[in-house]
Design a protein around this ligand. Structure first.
Ligand code: 5AD
Length: 445
């Protein structure tokens, strides 16, 4: 009977077109979305049975991009009436039902914490032709889905934390991803062991404030030691760190576990105490500099990168100058800097009502900051010339197929000429050239 049924309706493979915006957490969530469904990925939306856009709400520009990208797919429903279109991620969480009203072609809206419910949602849409929304914060299931793993990948993310408990005045993350939930140690180890068994050699632990992670008696430093010991792991990275939570336990582990890379992404957001206070960052410029010194005392050549917000409400010329002087004092290896963008329901949005900074002024400040950063990035890249870097080869360079690329321990991109047999291997490369955003090197004879 069963066989006859199968012959009459052989299972047709379904295809998913998945578009991802935003941070590493979103990339990881996209893998969870793929993993939750029994589908193949397609690069062509025309071939898709499901189109899902995984969105980012961190700044207004990002969330507008997500909305306009969805609009591009609505016409596909006329040639493919069975097509299911969904919006996932932080914009989905932020605007919820409004999106269904605004976009009649949208079949479902799915928040970041509701991903485990996706198969059920799709099956209900397919059987009863309804539209669905799930923006629940179901803590029990947050970590249930293991990530999809693409064969041949050398490097993979492991999420150790969802949500965020900090209350930074500018930030939408706690609203759209909920409070901090730390993943149990056993689950992190289990997922890492699985990835290592698939040939992964580099793990990046991810969380909104990754170093605030704790579980039972374990703290973040303990986690670095335990993961660092796992068989097959060559490199361990983590992102994003919160300055207040740089502890001795963490710094000691970074120094002593040889797999941990010599790089930390440590967003400062402003160099001015006035602005840090308005942002509710809970540390001062001095505290930040002290954390930098503690890291450099322990790991002298550690690379430090940061995030900087320019034009937060109330930022004066002198506040901005302090952000520039902090860059000069720390000499960040790289930074991401952004014009402040008010987000719905945040304290920053209220502050912007009276203290917003003229867009032109923010733009000018941003370019001054970015020019300065370019100088330090190039300076640091030039300092690497003549040094030998031990690197894990990630794959072929996007720009030139004769070149292999990888991230150095300091998180710089290094390209060198070589064959595909080196992918996934640790090799020594001598740096020959320092470019504005990368290095070039050769394998010494
Ligand atoms: N406006 C501008 N930048 C922001 N970020 C977070 N929220 C905002 C906002 N409302 C920046 C911070 C953060 C990075 C991921 O995005 O610098 O570290």
């Amino acid at each position: 009977m069963l066989i006859a049924l199968n012959l009459e309706s052989p299972m047709k493979k379904k295809y998913l077109y998945l578009e991802t915006y935003g941070c590493q957490m979103n990339e990881y969530d996209s893998d969870r979305i793929h993993n939750a469904l029994d589908v193949e990925l397609t690069r062509n939306p025309k071939d898709a049975d499901y189109i899902i856009v995984n969105t980012c709400a961190i700044r207004e520009k990002a969330d507008q991009k997500a909305l306009s990208s969805l609009g591009r797919y609505k016409h596909l429903k006329s040639s493919n009436p069975g097509l299911i279109i969904g919006m996932a991620g932080c914009v989905a969480q932020l605007y919820g039902n409004k999106l269904l009203k605004q976009m009649p072609y949208l079949d479902f809206v799915l928040g970041p914490r509701a991903i485990p419910n996706l198969p059920q949602i799709i099956s209900e849409i397919e059987t009863s032709n309804t539209r669905k929304i799930d923006i629940s914060f179901d803590i029990e299931e947050v970590f249930e889905v293991n990530p999809y793993h693409e064969e041949g990948r050398v490097s993979a993310f492991v999420s150790i934390q969802q949500g965020c408990n900090k209350q930074c005045a500018y930030c939408i993350v706690p609203t759209v991803r909920g409070g901090e939930v730390n993943r149990p140690m056993e689950d992190i180890v289990k997922e890492t062991v699985y990835l290592l068994s698939k040939g992964v050699r580099e793990i990046t632990l991810i969380g909104q404030t990754v170093n605030s992670w704790k579980h039972e008696k374990y703290r973040f430093g303990d986690l670095l030691r335990i993961i660092g010991e796992l068989e097959g792991l060559e490199r361990l990275r983590f992102t994003t760190s919160y300055p207040r939570d740089i502890t001795k336990r963490m710094v000691d582990a970074m120094k002593e576990v040889k797999e941990v890379c010599s790089h930390i992404h440590l967003p400062v957001q402003s160099g001015s105490d006035n602005v840090l206070k308005l942002m509710n960052r809970t540390y001062s410029r001095e505290w930040y500099l002290d954390s930098v010194n503690r890291l450099r005392d322990a790991i002298p050549d550690i690379a430090i990168s940061t995030d900087m917000i320019i034009g937060f409400p109330g930022e004066t010329d002198s506040d901005f100058e302090q952000s520039v002087s902090l860059l000069e004092e720390v000499e960040f290896d790289s930074s991401f800097s952004f014009k402040y963008s008010p987000r719905p329901g945040t304290v920053g949005e209220k502050l912007a009502k009276t203290g917003s900074i003229d867009d032109k002024i923010s733009g000018e400040r941003l370019s001054i900051f970015q020019e300065k950063q370019k100088y330090y990035t190039l300076k640091k890249n030039l300092e690497r010339i003549g040094k030998t870097e031990e690197v894990l080869v990630e794959g072929f360079s996007k720009h030139d197929n004769n070149f292999l690329f990888f991230f150095t321990t300091h998180n710089r991109i290094l390209n060198f000429e070589g064959g595909g047999n080196l992918v996934g291997k640790m090799v020594n490369v001598r740096v020959e050239e320092g470019l504005p955003n990368s290095l070039r090197g050769v394998i010494p004879n």
